[in-house]
Design a protein around this ligand. Structure first.
Ligand SMILES: [Zn+2]
Length: 187
């Protein structure tokens, strides 16, 4: 796993592409929560589920199908009535990408088993060809160790910096786009 704060940062970076003034903040909070939900599978260790199993760590909850199901459930249960300034399709896309980004980042780590991206159709575990992110220990206690600092450095470089770059590029894209409505005059 990459660490929990890094998954949240990645989700917020993606959110920059969906950001518009007036969108309720809870959309970004829900996106951040979606990005950490796949690791709910670690509770399986307590019940004897093996890492490589379908319900094991980085199994089904890290798949693209799970991301689609979670995004659909969240939009249907939480935002069925719609929200101002963001369509339900945009929300679905954001929640899907936020959830799917979790598996993608895990597949860039240098430890554990790979990610079952295509479960339930194919339970093979995949890594990306490039795995620059140091594997984060499971459990916050072990995170703050010597090895933890190496993990933090690699996550800052490969997750936080790119997430910041996403935000900057989203801002630049918005600046280049001509405003399609006049701003109301401030009193
Ligand atoms: Zn994970």
């Amino acid at each position: 796993m990459a660490s929990l704060p890094s998954h949240v940062i990645a989700a917020l970076g993606l959110g920059a592409f969906f950001y518009k003034p007036g969108v309720p903040k809870r959309v970004w909070v829900v996106g951040a929560v979606c990005s950490v939900i796949p690791d709910i599978d670690v509770i399986g260790f307590r019940f004897g589920i093996q890492y490589g199993d379908f319900w094991g760590h980085r199994g089904f909850t890290h798949s693209l199908v799970f991301a689609a199901v979670l995004a659909s459930a969240v939009v249907f249960l939480g935002f069925r009535a719609g929200l101002p300034n963001i369509s339900r399709l945009s929300m679905w896309t954001y929640f899907f990408l936020a959830t799917a980004s979790h598996g993608l980042l895990d597949a860039m780590t240098d430890g554990g088993l790979g990610v079952a991206f295509f479960a339930p159709f194919d339970n093979h575990r995949y890594f990306l060809p490039w795995t620059p992110i140091r594997e984060s220990p499971i459990g916050l206690g072990r995170f703050f160790t010597i090895r933890g600092s190496a993990v933090i450095r690699s996550e800052l470089l490969w997750i936080w910096v790119p997430a910041g770059a996403l935000v900057v590029s989203a801002l630049l894209l918005r600046l280049r786009r001509p405003a399609n409505h006049a701003r109301p005059n401030e009193p």
